[in-house]
Design a protein around this ligand. Structure first.
Ligand code: PMP
Length: 400
């Protein structure tokens, strides 16, 4: 049956982890994977999550199927977190929400729904570069993928003029995918002023803004600040689509908790849209998993746990920010050629170092340090024990 199946290419990110696992050197460092690590390089389960687990255990809840669109308490609390309790469309019942299989599943509902029902051009504009999965998520359902400029190699910063020009030149009504905060892989976000300009431009062109929010709170440590772009666009009347993930900010990677939501113009429209969202979801997986959603709902819905979570998410963000400062200081101290300010100004899990694929290879071959080919490092993989070794090795690789 399967003799004609060609070998697929390895996943660029998981391939890095494989190479790391094969390396037997004790100094090896994995900066490929996008998951938080504590100061000892270990995966971290939040205290608030452990407490929520206890509460759920005591409740002895059943394991009945959830509705197709998921648990109601979860989707209400998750939407309040993203949009803010005061959000007008939320208060007016004009947001159609469905629980999703984390952020990826939310994006898959979004692209599935758009490919069937969007009556504008079925073209998704993605930032260049973007999270690799965005491309197959769009193309897999027949949406066309285009790019808008985002990263400026020269400044290792945002190519804001290029971005605006490409969004302006896109056919009116195109779908523009935006990373709400902590752009992956660059770690470079528009400023609040730039978001305001983007909002105007996207509105003038009647484009549809599709927000991917995988890092709320995890980026700056402040859930409100990280939701700025989403909330601003909504205030300005954009009928956005939002894909929300709880993988990073609650450390619930494998629990697959997230939401898909779409702002509509009336409660009647919400019912129609939701009826079709259900038809997108049903053949994919029937209904979502319950446990992660219960954890999120317990934390967001219990004031003490919510406060504790806010402290914990800030702690994770702050540790990453302190690693940025430290790495920058070390690179300067080591007189590393180049300008390294971007290490500090970038935000979130990742840093785009700006080093070449050859330098990436040299770090793997000579220093046992692993990262994706584009020079992206996961800041969470750095800690007090390995940062000096990393800075010295990076400095050496750059000096050649
Ligand atoms: N979007 C972006 C930009 C991401 O970085 C990620 C996680 N790597 C996701 C979406 C989705 O992740 P998950 O499905 O684990 O929520």
């Amino acid at each position: 049956f399967w003799s004609a199946v060609p070998q697929g290419p390895p996943d660029p990110i998981l391939g890095v982890t494989d190479a790391f696992k094969r390396d037997t050197n004790p100094n090896k460092v994995n900066l490929g994977v996008g998951a938080y690590r504590d100061e000892n390089g270990k995966p971290y389960v939040l205290e608030s999550v452990l407490k929520a687990e206890d509460i759920l255990h005591q409740k002895k809840l059943d394991k009945e199927y959830l509705p197709i669109t998921g648990a109601n308490d979860f989707i209400t609390l998750a939407s309040e977190l993203a949009y803010g309790k005061e959000s007008k469309p939320l208060q007016e019942g004009r947001i159609a929400v469905a629980q999703s299989i984390s952020g990826t599943g939310a994006l898959r509902i979004a692209t599935g729904f758009l490919s069937q029902f969007y009556n504008g051009p079925k073209v998704v504009y993605l930032p260049d570069p973007t999270w690799g999965n965005h491309v197959p998520l769009a193309e897999g359902v027949g949406l066309k993928v285009q790019r808008y400029r985002y990263f400026d190699k020269k400044t290792v910063g945002l190519d804001f003029n290029g971005m605006k020009e490409d969004i302006k030149n896109a056919d009116s009504g195109s779908i523009i995918l935006l990373h709400a905060c902590a752009q992956n892989p660059t770690g470079i976000d528009p400023t609040q002023e730039q978001w305001k300009e983007l909002s105007e431009l996207i509105k003038a062109k009647k484009h549809l803004a599709l927000f991917d929010m995988a890092y709320q709170g995890f980026a700056s440590g402040d859930i409100i600040r990280d939701a700025f772009a989403v909330r601003y666009f909504v205030e300005q009347g954009h009928q956005i689509i939002l894909c929300q993930s709880f993988a990073k900010n609650l450390g619930l990677y494998a629990e697959r908790a997230g939401t898909f939501s779409i702002i509509v113009s009336s409660t009647e429209e919400k019912e129609r849209v939701l009826s079709q969202v259900k038809r997108v979801i049903r053949p994919l997986y029937s209904s979502p998993p319950v446990h992660g959603a219960q954890l999120v709902a317990t934390i967001l819905g219990t004031p003490e746990l919510y406060e504790q979570w806010l402290t914990e998410v800030k702690k994770m963000a702050d540790r990453i920010i302190s690693m940025r400062d430290k790495l920058y200081d070390l690179l300067i101290e080591l007189k590393t050629p180049g300008e390294w300010g971007h290490i500090k100004s970038q935000i979130g899990m990742f840093s785009f170092t700006g080093i070449s694929p050859e330098q990436v290879q040299a770090l793997a071959d000579h220093a046992h340090i692993y990262m994706t080919k584009d020079g992206r490092i996961s800041m969470a993989g750095l800690n007090e024990h390995n940062i000096k070794y990393f800075a010295e090795s990076l400095s050496k690789a750059v000096k050649g």
